[in-house]
Every structure is written in C-alpha cells, then in structure tokens.
Design a protein around this ligand. Structure first.
Ligand SMILES: [Mg+2]
Length: 176
C-alpha cells in the first residue's frame, strides 16, 4: 500500500527561505502521531510546484522573496527524499505539477523542462507535468501514483485532492 505525501510544509519548510532548505526535524514523530509508521512503507511524494514558472521568470513574491527556481526546488526535493529514506521509507514515485493558472504557458513548460533535466534517473518513477488536472486539489497526481491515502498540511488543497481521489486524507501541522 503506497502512501502519498505532500512536500512543502509537510516534509520541508513551507516558507521556502532560499537558499536554505529546512527539512522537518521531527518527521517520523509527526507522522507517528497521526498513525503513520513510515519505516518500510512505499511512498509517493506528490507536490504542486506552481511557483516554478514564476521562478524561471525571476519574478518576486509580494513580500519580495523570490519564487523557487527549478535548481532550488530539486535541492529541496532531494533533501526530502533523503529524509524519507533515512527513516526507512521506500520512495517509489515522485509526481510534480508545475502548472499555475496565472503563469504564462511558456514559463510553465520551461519549468517542467528544467526540472526534468535535473532529475537523477534511478529507481524512482517520476512524473513532471504541466497538466492542470494534476494540480491539487485536482486528483491527477494522486490517481497517477495510485495512493491508498494522502498526507499533507493543507485541508483545502491536499484534503480536496484526497477527497476527489477517494482516499483518506491525513493532515499534519504545517512546518513553517
Ligand atoms: Mg503543502
């Protein structure tokens, strides 16, 4: 039974304070508290990355912080995968949706391309998509991975995707 897990605010810091990447230090305990024993479990990391099109355009957020670039995102993802594996989880799949409803299509496609280029081909099954149907709360990523449940920090986005994929949603406190 493969379990889906969100990335930002769930495994790594929601604030995305570049260039630092902060991995949730008590990940195993937080998951244990919601009844998930992570050791030995097949896992799919499934994440919206609609900020990446803005990152490739060099756009800043309203508060002045830059959006993540594909290179920075890949570092965050790599550290998250490493953290899961160090807890004994088996990361089988990674699904990333770079679509953003307001971003120019060209930037969305460039973000997808740059993420794909940076991926280390190994035993993980990857999906990097610009398809809006895969942006949570739509269920595309969860259906692709075939998860039996979904863990995330956002009731609307993660919980919504789980509901549409007809799997249980388990909420963890947001790691800022
Ligand atoms: Mg999140």
């Amino acid at each position: 039974m493969i379990v889906g897990i969100d990335l930002d605010g769930t495994i790594v810091d929601y604030a995305c304070l570049q260039p630092v990447v902060r991995v949730r230090p008590d990940l195993a305990e937080v998951l244990g508290a919601v009844g998930i024993e992570i050791a030995g479990r097949p896992v799919a990391v499934l994440s919206n990355q609609g900020g990446l099109p803005w990152g490739v355009l060099g756009v800043a957020r309203e508060d002045g912080r830059p959006y993540p670039t594909p290179a920075y995102f890949l570092r965050r993802l790599g550290m998250a995968v490493q953290a899961l594996e160090s807890l004994g989880a088996v990361v089988e799949k990674v699904g990333i949706c770079v679509y953003h409803p307001k971003a120019p299509q060209e930037a969305i496609l460039r973000a997808a391309e740059e993420v794909e280029k940076g991926i280390e081909v190994g035993k993980i099954q990857w999906l990097i998509t610009a398809d809006p149907d895969y942006r949570k709360p739509r269920p595309g990523l969860l259906l692709w991975a075939g998860v039996a449940m979904y863990i995330g920090d956002d009731e609307i986005v993660d919980g919504g995707a789980a509901a549409l994929a007809s799997v249980p949603f388990i909420r963890v406190p947001r790691f800022l």
